[in-house]
Design a protein around this ligand. Structure first.
Ligand SMILES: C[S@@+](CC[C@H](N)C(=O)[O-])C[C@H]1O[C@@H](n2cnc3c(N)ncnc32)[C@H](O)[C@@H]1O
Length: 320
């Protein structure tokens, strides 16, 4: 059934975990009240609309602005330290108005959620990162920072990064230019990202500071809508692509966010996919995974530098 579905749907099903595929099938069967797999199989293969719904069920777009804000605080600290600046003043801009997971606060933070636990290993390797080397450069014309949000869903992740960097640039006018590419297999999610209009749900863990600075609020009969500033909306490139088949940019990135995608992939293809990400990183580039995702101890040239925030650094010369 799976190889037939692969052919019919165009989905590269070989990448996804078997249990994940079965759960998608089961969810559709329950939805349409179909009691056995054979019946569902023939219904799916003869019904174009069901085929479309089945493909859509692979697009789990759950995301929100500044998801795991301590990860953003870590990226912010890297950038500020590369500018030889202190991040204390900037931390307050990021702090969400309500804690994301109050029960985890004592673990991750000190005093009332103000201070984030940063990895010593990451900061002792700071000068090796390509972000540091590009930012902390006295040349008048600096190389741009290249960032990729891989599996960006409806855009909250790349836009959060764009706001964070834009906010820093307001205080440091000579700060490097940045180019953010964001991609997802789901073309409707990419269209939503292009519109840049969000609901209360997407912005719930954002700080008041970022909301006021970068959004316009409009009330509608079904709740408030939040319009992202065109400056931020136009600062990222959005691509509709299936990462298991193609990636359209040949750039080498300084930072790749690939969060909450690996969980869907099976072990064999996960490794192949990680190689793709590794190849797309500059030496000293950072890979950020989701909170429930990690690589094996050391995969290729990727070295774990921040176990709390699941950050890896490409360190191609360390094994020589
Ligand atoms: C849970 S969202 C992650 C969003 C964001 N990175 C975050 O962590 O908040 C997972 C996304 O992966 C996308 N996705 C699944 N398979 C993909 C593939 N083969 N290529 C690109 N995107 C894919 C889905 O469409 C979905 O938008």
């Amino acid at each position: 059934m799976i190889s037939l579905l692969k052919h019919k749907t165009g989905l590269n099903l070989g990448y996804y975990r078997r249990t994940f595929i079965l759960r998608r099938i089961q969810a559709r069967m329950i939805r349409i009240n179909c009691e056995n797999l054979e019946k569902y199989n023939s219904y799916l293969l003869s019904n174009v609309n069901e085929l479309k719904r089945f493909v859509e069920s692979f697009h789990i777009n759950y995301t929100y602005f500044f998801r795991d804000w301590d990860v953003y605080a870590t990226i912010q600290k890297i950038v500020l330290q590369s500018l030889d600046s202190n991040d204390e003043d900037f931390l307050k801009y990021l702090r969400p108005r309500i804690p994301e997971s109050p029960e985890k606060l004592p673990l991750r933070t000190k005093i009332a959620g103000q201070e984030i636990k940063h990895s010593k290993m990451l900061f002792s390797n700071l000068r090796k990162t390509s972000l540091y080397n590009k930012i902390n450069n006295s040349k008048r014309v600096k190389l741009p920072l290249y960032i990729w949000s891989c599996a960006c869903a409806t855009g909250e992740e790349p836009y959060s990064l764009a706001m964070l960097l834009d906010n820093i640039r307001n205080s440091f006018p000579t700060f490097s230019r940045f180019e953010i590419v964001a991609s997802d297999i789901d073309k409707f999610a990419i269209e939503t990202a292009k519109r840049g209009i969000y609901t209360e749900e997407s912005i719930k863990f954002m700080s008041n500071y970022f909301e006021t600075k970068y959004f316009k609020e409009k009330s509608t009969p079904i709740g408030n809508e939040y319009y992202l500033s065109p400056k931020i909306r136009d600062s990222i490139t959005l691509l509709n692509e299936d990462i298991t088949k193609i990636h359209l940019y040949s750039w080498k990135f300084d930072l790749i966010f690939c969060r909450n995608l690996l969980i869907y992939f099976n072990i064999e293809n996960r490794t192949r996919f990680i190689r793709t990400l590794e190849q797309q990183l500059n030496n000293g580039g950072l890979l950020v995974l989701g909170k429930s995702e990690s690589l094996f101890e050391q995969e290729g040239d990727l070295k774990m530098v921040d176990p709390t925030h699941h950050i890896y650094m490409k360190d191609a010369f360390s094994n020589i």
